[in-house]
Structure formats: C-alpha cells, structure tokens
Design a protein around this ligand. Sequence first.
Ligand code: NAD
Length: 441
Amino acid sequence: MSKEPESPDIVGKGSQDTTSVDDRGLQFYKTHLAQLSDAQEQVPLKDHVRLILSEPKNEVIVNFPVRMDNGSYELFTGYRIQHNNILGPYKGGMRYHHDVTLDEVKALAALMTYKCALLEVPFGGAKGGIRINGRKYTPGEQEAITRRFTHDLGNNIGPDYDIPGPDMGTNSQTMVWMMDTYMNMQGAVDKNAKRRIVTGKSITSGGSRGREKATGQGVIYCIQEWANERGVRLDGAEFIVQGYGNVGSNAAQILNRLGAVLTAVQDHTGSIYNADGLYPRKLAQWVEENGGVAGYPGSEAIDDSAFWGVSCDICIPAALELQIDAEVAQSLDCKVVAEGANGPTTVEGAEVMRERGIDVIPDIMANAGGVVVSYFEWIQNKRSETWQLQEVDSRLHMKMKRAYYEMRAFAREHDIDNRSAALAVALRRINEVYVERGVFP
Ligand code: NAD
C-alpha cells in the first residue's frame, strides 16, 4: 500500500504482488505443524483433541476503508485468528507489518495457545494483524486505521472473550487507541469495566508496570536458567541480537546490566558491529530517533549475512519468523539461541543446530514473559489494583522458572529437544482438560 496513491482518490489492495509473502506465511504455518507433530509423538493425544487443535476455532477477516490525510481512501485487510479457548479467553498480539498473511497469523495464534498452556496462564491463543507498513503512515492515519479496525472487529473481541495485545509494529499507543475505541462502543455504564479489553497499554491508561520490558525480561530469565545449568558466566559473555524493537532492545539492556557485552545487532535498516561492545541503552535511543540501527556512532556496518556468523555466546533473534534456516544455522558461532521472536527457526535450521550442539530456548518458552505480564495487567484491571514493579517482576520470574524447569525435565526424561518438550508439556495440559470436559453436545 503506497502512501502516494496512483489514483488521487481511491487505492485498493488488489495491485500488490503478494505471492512470495503468501508463500512465506504458508511455510511458517507448515513449520509450526511439523514442530507440533514432533511433540505429539511424546504425548498420546485423544483423537478428538488432535482434530480440534488441527485448525483454529475462528478466522475473522475484515476489509475496511480509511480516509488518509490527503483525502484519498485506502482499503485495509485485518485478521483476527482465534485458535483455541479451552483454557480461557483468547489472547494474543496484533501485528502491523507489510508481510502479514492469514497463514502467518494462524501459526502465531496456535503458538499462543501452547505458550499460555506451558506457562499456566488461563488464556487461550489468538493473533491478529493488518498487512501494512506502519512506518508509511502518519500518527493520525495510524490512529484512524487502528480505530476503524477495532470498530469492525466489534464483538469478535471482548474483555472476557478475546484480548488483543501488542506485537511487531504495534505498541502501547496502539493498544490505548484500541481500548478507547472499544470502550466508546459500549454503554456509558459499562465503559470502565472494559478497560481490560487489551493489554500492553501505557501505565497512565491502565497498563501494568513492567509490561513494556516483560518479553525481554522473560528472555533473560530463561538465559539465566540456561547459564546456571550449563555453568556459563553471563558477566563478560558476548551476545548478538536481531531486531531492536520492544523485545530485542529490552532483552539487550537487561542482559547488559548482568555484565554481558552486545557486539552485533541487525534490524530492517542493516547490521552493525563493535567488538568492544555497543551501548544497548544509547542504541535504543538512537533507534527511537533515527528509525533503525544503521549509522549508530561507534559501530561499523557489516553485511547482513555476516551478522549471524559473529562469534558470541548467546544469539537472540527478536524480529521475524524463519530467519534461522540451514545455511544461517551452519554459520552461527554461539552456544545458545534464545528465541525472542516467534518462529524464528526453520525445521532444517533446527536440525543443523541440533547436529552442531547449539542449545535452543524455544519461542513459546523464551518470549512468554509478554503474555504472563499481560495476564497480570488483565488481573489488575479486573480487581482495580496497581502492582509495584518488584511484585510484577518476582511473579514473572517464578512463572518463567517453573515452566523452564518443567520443559527441561520433560526434555531430559524423554531425551528430546527443548522445543518438542515445551510443546509436549502444553499439549499434555490441554489434552487433560479436553478429556475431562468432553465435546459438546
Ligand atoms: P517491534 O516492532 O517492536 O520490533 C521489530 C524489530 O524487528 C525492529 O527492530 C525491526 O527493525 C526488526 N525487523 C523487521 N524486519 C526485519 C528484517 N527483515 N530483518 C531484520 N530485522 C527486522 O516488534 P517486537 O514487539 O519487538 O516483536 C519482535 C518479535 O517478538 C516478533 O516475532 C513478535 O511476535 C515477538 N514477540 C513480541 C512480544 C511483545 O510483547 N512485543 C511478545 C512475544 C513475542
């Protein structure tokens, strides 16, 4: 979708060449199914549970027009996929990215189901998004797009039914626009009870302390557990990060406070390197002001392909899916990959890492901190409470640690990798509930 329309009045979405993007979405969905199938070998699922989990419960697609600042109109496609709600209301982020496809959102929604089950968060799994390059739009246009999308989703979302949160390309401001729109669609009496329609809000508008950094914080709690188990010192360890948005930049700043040194970063503007270390906080400020890591003073630009081969202890992919394929996995020079992003590893990439003895902390474990603190935010809104940061962090730490050890115990007991173990623990939990409850009627 171009900001400068070919026709002065109306731009449709039909002119986009989306073939390769659609292929990538499908590849991601198939990757997820392959990972799930490996995990299912460990957990004897009932047939009906296998069937139910094989497809999302609901797939909502809305096409909606928005008036741009220059008076033209654009038509947008928004998705909300509700994968499963046996454990609680649907929960999952909203992604604004030019590569969003139905298959991608389906895979992300399914991952949310298993993430919540693994972490014992009483939510189901959902995901949504709009296929746009948010950076092309003015703040006013972004607000209009978000408000119209929320309006058109209507009762397909709800504070006890389906609760959106932030993901790539969206942030606390996006969530506050969604909340305000939804609240204004309700009767005046009920309005304030609907604040928990979204999580990841700013603290001023009802968000939780610690939510902004929660996903990055959770990644680091996992890395600390891994380091304890492996006897690796984090003080002085070197790490690289792909993606310097919410997850990547927070993870980098927290790990750096533990003494680890950030040597290379890649984002959509390029790859940068400094053998003596980059300042994670200053880099975050630079990205905020300049839109990306490229040109950061005190760094040298390196090839995007060279980024993955930078020698380090810890690699944190925190951008897009399917980044670590067989070739990239072959070039990695690290001890562990902690998946801040959802689905960053292909089936072939995982195989190569296994052969090469590179540990993996899989996405549904490593990046679960976001949904855990979203759950805390939802509880605080429901009870009209405000928790201090220390309380949020210590509750998050406990939940991450418990799930991490459950994953590791399962992996050791069955001699399988962490990803299959994490998915198997989640599947076992979901299976038990379905067996107890049966299928209506
Ligand atoms: P974000 O929009 O804040 O940042 C995304 C980052 O990815 C940016 O630095 C961007 O430059 C980079 N990026 C985009 N395209 C790229 C490309 N082609 N090559 C290299 N870098 C590229 O997004 P985020 O919220 O940090 O999410 C990042 C990942 O973490 C996603 O996979 C998301 O699903 C996952 N995640 C996010 C949360 C959360 O709470 N925000 C929770 C769990 C998982």
